[in-house]
Design a protein around this ligand. Structure first.
Ligand SMILES: [Zn+2]
Length: 337
């Protein structure tokens, strides 16, 4: 990805939310909602690194270049994918594309270790939420894509729609966003995606410039996995991803390496008293991580990478250097909805 030209913009780094991975079998059981397979926030976008950047440095998302009442996208048939969301005008980086409240939001039940959330335990809550909707809203729900496995012959349609389209809605809740649900997956998405606790809404924004006619994509899954692992996790949605990242052996290797770097940096980032040599190594690793994530265009991971870079620079007492160096790299997560 080409670096953004608006390098005068001040930078913001947001804390990456460390995903709480749990031991889940790769081959998912459709009777369970695998927590790794709920469309996830990969970063918590509204929390700047305290002490490093000031509130006024938060970059707001851009308002969409549009007349007040019209949206910046159309929902159209996409060959091989059913429907999808396509930009109907050029969307500069950081443009808000969709901001949506959940149509329904239900608590996740207690997790069954090694399996996930038992779908049947969610049925009563989902039915109650569904019946509280207007007839038009119910139809909007029922019109969403539903992937039904052969073993789900007797499963409630409400649950299979939920499993096929759920995003988290804050801690311990999952919900349905009918507009956002139309956006297809890519392992190299052009849009970022997060749950705004401030708004109580989910936000989709352009991570890079999106051309008129280009499909808007987000990621449904953690992306720092090999292609094989990503495909296994996409199994729940009933499709095989054919994005360019999935065609590249090099990309697959790089993503595993990114995951290794993140793991090491997460272990060291909160440690006090690192030796100078070790801090130097971690600093170098964090900057390599930034480069790799930018090369792979993993929008949702940039905040995490820049957070590491900032912290290890801070450990060296190099705040000026952070501001200057990162300002040359403003191609990063920077979200305030
Ligand atoms: Zn892919």
């Amino acid at each position: 990805m080409a670096p953004c030209s608006t390098h005068r913009e001040l930078l913001v780094i947001f804390l990456g939310l460390i995903l709480s991975f749990v031991s889940i079998t790769a081959a998912c059981d459709p009777l369970y909602l695998n927590p790794l397979l709920v469309h996830q926030d990969l970063c918590s976008a509204e929390f700047p690194v305290s002490g490093v950047f000031q509130e006024h440095e938060i970059l707001p998302l851009r308002e969409a270049p549009t007349e007040a009442s019209s949206s910046v996208y159309d929902v159209v048939p996409i060959p091989g994918k059913g429907f999808g969301v396509v930009a109907n005008r050029k969307l500069p980086r950081r443009t808000k594309i969709i901001i949506e409240e959940a149509l329904i939001s239900v608590p996740m039940p207690e997790m069954v270790p090694g399996q996930g959330f038992r779908m049947a335990d969610m049925l009563t809550n989902v039915e109650d939420a569904f019946h509280s909707l207007s007839p038009a809203q119910q139809q909007e729900f029922l019109d969403l894509h539903e992937h039904r496995f052969p073993t789900e012959e007797n499963q409630s349609k409400l649950l299979t729609i939920l499993r096929s389209n759920a995003y988290n809605t804050g801690d311990d809740y999952v919900g349905i966003f009918p507009k956002i649900a139309r956006i297809n997956h890519s392992c190299r998405p052009n849009s970022g995606n997060f749950w705004s606790m401030k708004r109580n809404q989910r936000v989709i924004y352009a991570f890079r410039d999106i051309e008129r006619g280009e499909e808007v994509t987000v990621s449904y899954i953690p992306l720092t996995k090999s292609t094989k692992e990503r495909q296994a996790r996409l199994f729940q949605y009933g499709f095989t991803c054919g994005c360019d990242a999935c065609q590249s052996v090099e990309s697959s290797r790089k993503r595993v390496k990114i995951a290794d770097f993140i793991e090491v940096l997460e272990q060291k980032v909160h440690l006090d008293g690192l030796s100078e040599k070790s801090a130097e190594r971690m600093l170098s690793k964090s900057m390599s991580l930034v480069d790799m994530i930018e090369e792979e265009e993993l929008a949702d991971y940039l905040a995490k990478a820049y957070h590491f870079a900032a912290v290890f620079h801070e450990k060296k007492g190099d705040l000026k250097w952070i501001r200057w160096n990162l300002s040359q790299r403003s191609n990063m997560s920077m979200i305030s909805a």
